[in-house]
Design a protein around this ligand. Structure first.
Ligand SMILES: Cc1cc2nc3c(=O)[nH]c(=O)nc-3n(C[C@H](O)[C@H](O)[C@H](O)COP(=O)(O)OP(=O)(O)OC[C@H]3O[C@@H](n4cnc5c(N)ncnc54)[C@H](O)[C@@H]3O)c2cc1C
Length: 256
């Protein structure tokens, strides 16, 4: 039962992110400051592009989980993957939602904080999905339990990464590091479970994007999220990231 409601939570958080992104894009397409629209300002474009990237990665991941859950209804061989990635996806997508909405609020400045915009409502809603149906720590403990008791889950997860690994050097490198992390002694695993689950989730997002998204999205995701240690604040994509392509994908012709 909770496997399905946990998927609901992750889908709900991805949807909140997309709605917050649309609000941020709409505002920045119309608000002028320092002689130009906000969507034309270099630093704001980095923030918007990064939000667009995260929103797409979250949506792509929850749809991949939904497919695994659907397949598991008819095919017992698909169940181990669904079992593991539901917990992994709920952890990351629901955890990222609140800071994501806060960043979208900031795109509207003070107008994103006061109740006249819908952002405060999204912000109040954002933390809930990471708490109910199993909080963040509970998801991580669930992942550890699955790794211990259902080896087929880990095999299916790694096969999913391996299918995409030939497409990007950074995913191949992350796959090797993930292998070392997964080999850490079970006694040490609990304390670092968030690190492990976050890294598994980010690798899976990269794999899903590499197999289904345009190169501008997938390559930027790999460069921005893999191998750099902890996740950073939004708006910290590399200087040569395809900002315009990422923003236009979230809202066609947003900059035109
Ligand atoms: C708006 C709302 C509606 C809800 N609706 C329902 C409902 O309809 N039906 C229902 O049954 N429940 C419902 N809940 C309850 C919800 O599922 C629980 O609040 C949630 O599962 C967390 O449990 P808890 O509040 O008992 O916190 P606790 O279990 O006390 O957890 C507190 C903190 O400790 C952490 N923690 C717990 N155990 C460990 C551990 N072993 N190691 C490390 N950290 C740990 C948790 O991750 C969490 O951060 C609702 C909650 C909210 C906020």
């Amino acid at each position: 039962m909770v496997a399905l409601t946990r998927l609901d939570c992750a889908i709900g958080s991805a949807a909140i992110m997309r709605q917050a992104l649309v609000q941020a894009l709409h505002h920045t397409m119309h608000r002028r400051a320092f002689g130009k629209r906000l969507v034309e300002q270099a630093l704001m474009r980095n923030v918007l592009a990064d939000l667009a990237l995260e929103s797409e990665a979250s949506m792509a991941l929850v749809l991949r989980i939904a497919r695994a859950v659907d397949e598991a209804q008819h095919d017992p061989a698909a169940a181990p993957l669904a079992r593991l990635i539901t917990a992994i996806g709920k952890y990351l997508v629901c955890k990222r939602c609140a800071p994501f909405v806060n960043e979208a609020q900031e795109c509207l400045g003070g107008a994103g904080y006061v109740e006249e915009s819908m952002l405060p409502r999204l912000y109040r809603q954002a933390p809930l999905n990471s708490i109910w149906e199993g909080s963040g720590n509970v998801q991580c403990l669930d992942v550890l339990r699955t790794l211990d008791r259902e080896p087929a889950s880990l095999e299916a997860f790694l096969a999913e990464i391996d299918r995409a690994a030939p497409l990007h050097r950074l995913l191949r490198e992350e796959r090797r590091r993930l292998g070392d992390l997964l080999a850490s002694a079970p006694a040490e695993r609990e304390a670092i479970a968030r690190v492990l689950v976050e890294r598994m989730a980010v690798a899976l997002q990269a794999a899903v994007l590499l197999r289904g998204a345009p190169e501008a999205v997938a390559d930027t995701y790999c460069r921005a999220r893999l191998g750099g240690g902890d996740l950073r604040c939004f708006g910290t994509l590399p200087a040569d990231a395809p900002f315009g392509a990422l923003i236009d994908r979230a809202w066609p012709d947003a900059v035109a």
